[in-house]
Ligand binder design. Structure first.
Ligand code: ZN
Length: 132
């Protein structure tokens, strides 16, 4: 089973929750038990799983990444000028593996799946594939 969907981001750094789209892709597939890979084919975006109940968690994460990896740094050599976004993409990672059972993602009570934008606003692709 393979699914894909687009996500529009609104800011340079933007975390967009995609839990419902991933669950919809899983439901459409009819797969029952297994593991799902959620993958973003981008070098300046990422995907992570963290708390979706209190939006301050994601806000703090985005701000901490901005402090650790500032947009402007005279040491950067990449001519496109978006080295910070590339660094954050590799640090967070471009995929997550999520178990599912009885056709439902086995996320914890407070867990949500987020597309992490680091060089937006843009339209990003998310690919979902059952590997189990
Ligand atoms: Zn670049």
């Amino acid at each position: 089973m393979t699914g894909a969907f687009s996500v529009h981001t609104a800011r340079r750094t933007d975390f967009v929750e995609i839990t419902s789209q991933v669950q919809q892709a899983l439901s459409r597939s009819g797969a029952y038990d297994g593991a799902l890979v959620v993958f973003v084919p981008h070098t300046t975006a990422a995907v992570t799983i963290n708390e979706n109940a209190d939006p301050s968690v994601i806000r703090d994460m985005a701000q901490a990444l901005d402090r650790m990896i500032p947009w402007d740094d005279p040491a950067y050599t990449h001519s496109e000028g978006n080295s910070a976004a590339h660094l954050k993409s590799s640090l967070v990672g471009c995929s997550q593996t999520i178990l599912f059972s009885a056709g439902k993602l086995e996320l914890g009570t407070w867990q949500g799946i987020f597309l992490c934008e680091f060089d937006g606003p843009r339209t990003r692709q998310v690919k979902v594939r059952n590997i189990g």
